[in-house]
Every structure is written in C-alpha cells, then in structure tokens.
Design a protein around this ligand. Sequence first.
Ligand SMILES: [Zn+2]
Length: 76
Amino acid sequence: MNASNAALPSAQVSLGIASVPLPVREVLPWAVFIGLILLIAIYFVGAEQGATSIFSGMYIHEFVHDGRHLLGFPCH
Ligand SMILES: [Zn+2]
C-alpha cells in the first residue's frame, strides 16, 4: 500500500462504487401496484371480449387484437 491509498477510508470508495440499500418496505407497494396494472393489462389483451366480457361490443377486442396474437392468446 502506498501513501496515496492510505488516505482513502475504504476499498469501496477507492473503486468509485457506492452501494445503496434497497428497503423492501418501500419497494413492495410499488411492486404490488405494478403487478396489478400488468394483470389488468393481460386480462384486457388476453380475455376481454373473447373468453369473458365486461364491456359490450368489440372495440377493446379490436384495439388489442395484434397484441393478443403477438402474445399467443387464442383468438379466431
Ligand atoms: Zn385474432
């Protein structure tokens, strides 16, 4: 160890990498929220106005039709 490294408090600082703790308590609500949004999106792409129907008509089916085929959901 030379004199210039002796002034650094730790190897972490000398590498320029700072680790930041990621508290689960702060991340969990966002993970649940994003999971719900994704589940709703998958429902509308995969099942709405196909296997099930909350809204009448075929507007939602036609709007997500390419996505339905892209994701491999049965359609026609
Ligand atoms: Zn189709």
